[in-house]
Ligand binder design. Structure first.
Ligand code: UDP
Ligand code: MG
Length: 322
């Protein structure tokens, strides 16, 4: 833990995957940025199954500095899993995430902390002058951020920026799957956290390569569907499935009615038009959808009750001392 002896104030969590040339300068710049704070801190490096010399370098760092911890994962589990491991082993009241590739600037951390002090639970970095390829990185990211902001109702310019500061109580209850670390602000808002953003410095990658390509954009879109579903319907999935089921059955009945009218008014037999097929199809679809909703309701109950999960989140309880 950091230079001042108080219970752990700040944990900086850094996922590392093949960043051999970056970890040493990174460590130096984080220590420099934090030593001015005069608060206790730790730096948690999560080695996500690196196959280069990153781990050896991290081990050296951990030996030399008492406030650095290295968590070695058994294989490459991906950035989100690495960050989750970091959260589980961080002791700080505040957790800050940072990329290991020196693209984020640790000197921005005090500014993020000051913003948290204003009463926010989460401050997200915004790479206003992002130093990445425009076509492959910045353009898809701008589009994705607009869509995510619109869908989740949490308006941020830069969901993808790893540099974010969190009150750890907000993070502890959140389980992260897939590539979901970027959606933490949306999850946090669901449990009542206050979220804001601040422009941060961003630098080009000098050493090593980005671990991602354009394929990530598609994964983000799919993750967003899950996030939206969980946010809006995880407590009562029957409202989504049952709702659409009722719409389908309604359409089926209307189609049926048109068929009957066609027969009575124009003498068109049911089997002479495709409406019979359409009506039957819509009915089956609606019925199936409602059944799916009921199954999902069972799953939700299993999820909450087997894991002792609550359907609410308490911030504090006030009680008379006597
Ligand atoms: N990273 C990781 N596991 C992975 C891929 C990436 O821990 O499977 C780390 C990587 O070392 C870096 C951060 O996640 O610290 C972000 O990765 P990268 O810089 O490649 O992403 P970009 O900045 O290009 O979006
Ligand atoms: Mg990077």
């Amino acid at each position: 833990m950091g230079p001042v002896s108080e219970p752990c104030f700040l944990s900086v969590v850094i996922p590392v995957y093949n960043e051999e040339e970056n970890v040493e300068p990174l460590h130096q710049s984080v220590v420099t940025a934090l030593s001015g704070l005069n608060r206790s801190y730790e730096i948690v490096y999560v080695d996500d199954g690196s196959t280069d010399g990153s781990l050896a370098k991290l081990e050296k760092i951990a030996e030399a500095s008492p406030f650095a911890t290295v968590i070695q994962l058994r294989r490459n589990f991906g950035q989100t899993a690495a960050m989750a491991a970091g959260i589980d082993h961080a002791c700080g009241e505040i957790i800050v995430f940072l990329d290991a590739d020196l693209q984020n600037d640790p000197a921005d951390i005090p500014m993020l902390l000051a913003k948290l002090d204003e009463g926010y639970d989460l401050v997200s970095g915004w790479r206003k002058n992002r130093q990445d390829n425009w076509f492959w990185r910045k353009l898809p990211s701008t589009v994705a951020n607009r869509i995510i902001s619109f869908t989740t109702g949490v308006h941020l310019h830069d969901y993808g920026c790893t540099l974010k500061a969190y009150r750890s109580e907000v993070l502890k209850g959140i389980r992260l799957y897939g590539e979901m670390h970027r959606f933490i602000p949306a999850f946090a808002r669901q449990v009542g956290a206050t979220v804001t953003e601040l422009p941060v410095n961003h630098r080009p990658r000098v050493h090593g390569q980005s671990k991602y390509g354009i394929g990530r954009t598609f994964r983000v879109v799919l993750d967003l569907a899950t996030v939206k579903f969980l946010a809006s319907f995880s407590g009562n999935p029957i409202y989504l499935f049952g709702g659409s089921g009722l719409v389908f059955i309604g359409l089926s009945l209307i189609t049926g009615l048109i068929m009957v009218l066609n027969k009575l008014l124009y003498g068109i037999y049911f089997i002479q038009s495709p409406l019979l097929l359409l009506s039957a199809l819509l009915f089956i679809l609606g019925f199936q959808s409602i059944l799916l909703g009921l199954t999902a309701e069972l799953l939700v109950r299993t999820y909450h009750e087997s894991q002792g999960k609550l359907t609410y989140v308490i911030r504090r309880i006030f009680r008379s001392k006597e």
